[in-house]
Design a protein around this ligand. Structure first.
Ligand code: ZN
Length: 159
């Protein structure tokens, strides 16, 4: 699977925005090819400083890295950015394992509900589910009690 396909996954998107800011997704989408930070800023129509903030945060997560090159004409250093597909994938795995483990801990302590059609990225407490008359607010399907086994099945499917 092309690692960039993960950028369409709502959970991955949310995690990236939380960790690296609102420009993170757009920046990563452009890095299907190697680009300099100025080129990214130009294509996105945002400030270079904003692009650098996103790139530095993504670099801290290990998702991107740069190659330094000296410009032959100006003699200045230029930074060309690349996605590290292997580290991006292991970041996603870590991020989601943590999420699933948290969820398993929660279902051991309280009754949680989920929509079998929409998946477990959204869960509802008993009170929230009751307010929704146990119907999914997105698709209208009946909500079901989430158990440990279901969370584990989702965790396995993700790999
Ligand atoms: Zn649903």
């Amino acid at each position: 699977m092309d690692i960039m396909n993960y950028l369409d996954d709502p959970q991955v998107r949310k995690a990236l925005i939380d960790k690296a800011g609102e420009n993170a997704i757009a920046v990563l989408q452009l890095l299907r090819q190697n680009l300099k930070d100025e080129e990214i800023a130009e294509r996105l129509g945002v400030k270079v400083s904003d692009v650098r903030v996103a790139l530095n945060k993504l670099a801290e997560l290990g998702i991107v890295y740069y190659k330094r090159k000296r410009d032959k004409e100006t003699g200045w250093w230029q930074y060309e950015w690349l996605v590290d597909a292997k580290k991006f994938k292991s970041w996603i795995d870590r991020e989601f394992n943590k999420k699933y483990d948290d969820l398993i801990r929660r279902v051991q302590e309280e009754e949680l509900y989920y929509c079998p059609s929409c998946g477990i990225s959204h869960t509802f407490s008993f009170d929230e589910a009751a307010d929704l008359f146990f119907k999914c607010p997105v698709c209208g399907e009946g909500l079901e009690v989430l158990d440990e086994e279901t969370v584990l099945a989702y965790k396995k499917k993700r790999k």
